[in-house]
Design a binder for this molecule. Structure first.
Ligand SMILES: C[S@@+](CC[C@H](N)C(=O)[O-])C[C@H]1O[C@@H](n2cnc3c(N)ncnc32)[C@H](O)[C@@H]1O
Ligand SMILES: [Mg+2]
Length: 739
């Protein structure tokens, strides 16, 4: 302002500076022709706008207001009159609210004419700044980004650039609240999903496939644009290849329960040392640092690191000025967790006028088919995807309504919507109720009178909803049905719980035995996508020929792809690699008398009798010198599914919906011992994954069979039984061929 005033003082022929130094005026009035031209264009109209009245010691009152625009009257004078100001020259006009056509109109803050008046608020006399604070219009300041004191009007009316035509649009109460609510990261997320009451910005990014709505990185960009900040800057660092051994070891020493606790908080092991880390910096347009967020966690994928860092930055901004959904019992992060640096000097916009959205569920909550208690017994695992059908209504209790009837108004409903459990993407009340339900169950519960803003933004009928909200005892009634649950995949669980991932631990275990055996031929029974075969190419071994067998076309083609890449890249001793399409329940004489057979996590995908059949076939017909078989240990599941080992239906939970069975250590032991005995093999039982606590053992159990007799060769003539089809083949010197 001081520069403007100085500049104005240099143009005495055009501009008059008032003696109080608080306004500027044109010296010569506008020519009548201009005034006439402008006035004659205006058609009389009633324009809807919103009046934000500043209440002393309280929240502002937001009311609809009509601006009677007509010829002969300058529209700003009409707004000035509504604001109780002398004329349009006293009205301060905000820029257009980002993404919407409207502006905020309010009085210029009254300033003293002393020299200090143009300087920052801190320098003003204390009593004056206190006075200003009292009359501060938090809602208007929030949406406009200006420091507004006293009443304000939000309207969409004015002359577009270089146009003589007055344009206007209605700003309803609902549209005002939609603007108001969409200005925080949480709001951006809610509006992008079109789910205002039931959804909220998650506090962690787990997998891409479970994420619903725009990705955190996109939301962060949207938010920065909305707040007139520069685009976020991401810096990726990769960790040293060596894992932080000490940390890993101490982690392994933790009790399973403690580890589960850690997992629940983060869904991954903190700072394990390999992978990607991402730092995000937010700068203002003038390059001042606003936020430096550098979470310490490492992620296996670069994208995960970026999305998680974005999410942390968003959560921080949310905490700063979104009171909408703040649930005092469920804090998302402490500043310590967030590892970030914040420059208070460049604080963006005013603090959000806090209003808590989610109140505690009322004690008289009604549930059908279930008891709602404070202590929750969660039966649905974190990381599951639940799909629900719900409705939310504002309800006035019959005892309190004027005519003794229960009054209700629908706010939001959804026939089917999916959420991930445990990452904060669902309204906490819905989540806590839904995760205690079983599929098909229905529940109804009531929470205390909620904050108005979000409800009015969501409600189809704003006027009626507002009138109900003004009643003495209003509650929010939720009706919800659980339509379905998708458990987290076995693969994800294995990666989340174990470092290195369980699948890798199994492969490493097999590799050790393969190397020790000095084998030259190997068959991987049920090779799937070829993870074991591909790992064999990473190290020099004595192997000459490796074979994979599977019935899954998808698995085989993935395996072919990865083997093709690796074989054509590096030197290895191998002479041939073949993938067969076939069932391992059938014998193929080409694979008779091999050195090593592996069968990792396959038998549980068959019926128990087939698993026994496979055992007999492999040891009596294929006759490998060494056979390694792994399968899940059922007893370990209680560690993996901490919240509810059994589902509500009391069906035992398996790690994967495709598993036909999962054995306890005793069952596996019996199967392996009996099998070994009847085919003259020795067997050694082993395991990987976890700490091996006596109560539940390790996550994966492994049996290593060794052939005792040697006299087998020549039992089957070539070509006698060859049911397998070659799916893909590679021979040294000739490259690969597909069939
Ligand atoms: C969980 S995957 C394990 C894949 C691989 N062994 C690994 O550890 O990554 C189980 C595999 O067994 C295969 N499978 C199941 N029954 C089979 C059968 N009768 N014959 C061959 N493969 C079978 C499936 O197609 C699937 O690829
Ligand atoms: Mg399996």
């Amino acid at each position: 302002m001081s520069y403007v005033m100085k500049a104005a003082a240099k143009l005495p022929d055009y501009i008059v500076v008032s003696p109080h130094l608080d306004s500027l005026r044109r010296k010569k009035p506008y020519p009548p022709a201009i005034i006439k031209a402008l006035a004659s264009q205006v058609e009389s109209r009633r324009v809807e706008a919103v009046h934000i009245q500043c209440a002393v010691d309280g929240e502002e009152v937001v009311k609809p207001i009509i601006l009677g625009i007509s010829s002969g009257r300058y529209y700003l004078d009409i707004i000035a009159e509504k604001l109780g100001l002398k004329d349009g020259s006293q009205v301060m006009i905000s820029g257009t609210i980002d993404g919407f056509k409207c502006r905020v109109y309010a009085a210029f803050p009254k300033l003293k004419s002393s020299d200090n008046s143009w300087k920052s608020r801190e320098k003003r006399p204390v009593n004056e700044s206190q006075h200003l604070e009292k009359s501060r219009n938090a809602k208007a300041s929030f949406v406009s980004g200006l420091d507004i004191h006293g009443d304000a009007i939000v309207a969409s009316v004015g002359y577009p650039w270089r146009s003589h035509e007055l344009e206007h649009d209605d700003v309803t109460l609902k549209s005002f609240y939609r603007i108001y609510c969409s200005m925080s990261p949480n709001g951006i997320y809610k509006f992008s999903r079109q789910v205002l009451i039931a959804a909220q910005l998650p506090f962690s990014y787990t997998t891409k496939s479970n994420w619903r709505g725009p990705f955190p990185r996109e939301i962060l960009s949207m938010f920065c644009r909305q707040q007139h900040l520069a685009e976020p800057i991401f810096t990726i660092t990769t960790a040293p290849v060596k894992p932080l051994d000490g940390i890993l070891r101490s982690y392994q020493k933790l009790k399973d329960s403690e580890r589960e606790d850690m997992r629940r908080k983060k869904l991954r092991i903190p700072r394990s040392g390999t992978g990607y880390r991402c730092e995000v910096k937010i700068l203002s347009k003038s390059q001042d640092l606003v936020l430096d967020c550098s979470p310490g966690d490492f992620y296996e994928k670069e994208n995960h690191a970026i999305q998680n860092a974005s999410l942390k930055a968003l959560s921080w901004f949310n905490k700063l000025f979104d009171g909408l959904d703040a649930d005092p019992d469920q804090p998302c992060y402490s500043n310590l967790d967030l590892d970030m640096l914040f420059q208070r000097s460049v604080l963006i916009k005013g603090a959000f006028p806090c209003s808590r959205m989610y109140e505690q569920p009322r004690s008289k909550s009604r549930t059908t088919g279930m008891q709602h208690e404070r202590k929750r017994v969660q039966s649905i695992t974190d990381g599951s995807l639940v799909s629900i059908c719900y409705s939310v209504s504002v309800e006035v209790d019959a005892d309190f309504s004027e005519n003794g009837e229960c009054l209700k108004e629908l706010i939001e409903r959804n026939e089917e919507i999916e959420f991930e459990v445990g990452n904060g993407s669902m309204n906490p009340h819905l989540e806590s109720v839904v995760t205690q339900m079983s599929v098909g169950q229905y529940a109804c519960f009531v929470t205390d009178s909620p904050a108005e803003g979000l409800l009015l933004a969501a409600a189809p009928d704003t006027a009626r909803t507002q009138s109900l909200l003004s009643e003495v005892s209003v509650g929010l009634e939720y009706n919800v049905r659980l339509l379905g649950v998708k458990e987290p995949t076995e693969e994800r669980m294995e990666a989340a719980f174990f470092k290195p991932p369980l699948s890798k631990q199994r492969i490493e275990y097999a590799m050790k035995h393969i190397k020790e055996s000095s084998a030259s031929t190997l068959v991987d029974f049920g090779c799937g996508s070829g993870s074991l075969l591909a790992s064999l190419l990473d190290y020099p071994t004595s192997l000459q020929s490796i074979v994979g067998v599977d019935i899954s076309q998808k698995g085989l083609s993935r395996a072919a792809k990865i083997l093709h890449l690796k074989l054509n890249k590096g030197a290895c001793n191998l002479k041939s690699t073949i993938l067969y399409d076939g069932s391992i329940l059938e014998f193929d004489s080409r694979l008779h008398n091999i050195d090593v057979g592996t069968c990792l996590e396959v038998i549980e995908h068959m019926e128990v009798d087939q698993a026994c059949q496979f055992g007999n076939t492999v040891l009596s017909l294929f006759c490998p010198k060494l056979l390694i078989v792994s399968t899940p240990n059922y007893e370990y599941n209680k560690i993996l599914h901490m919240p509810g080992h059994k589902s509500v239906s009391q069906q035992p939970k398996f790690r994967n919906h495709d598993h036909k069975f999962e054995w306890t250590r005793k069952q596996f032991n019996q199967w392996a011992s009996k099998l070994a005995k009847s085919h003259n093999y020795s067997v050694e039982l082993s395991a990987v994954g976890g700490s091996g606590n006596v109560n539940h053992g390790f996550a994966s159990q492994i049996a290593v069979f060794r052939r005792q007799e040697v006299n087998l060769v020549g039992k089957f003539s070539e070509g006698s039984m060859q049911p397998y089809k070659v799916a893909w083949e590679w021979t040294s010197g000739n490259g690969d061929k597909k069939t």
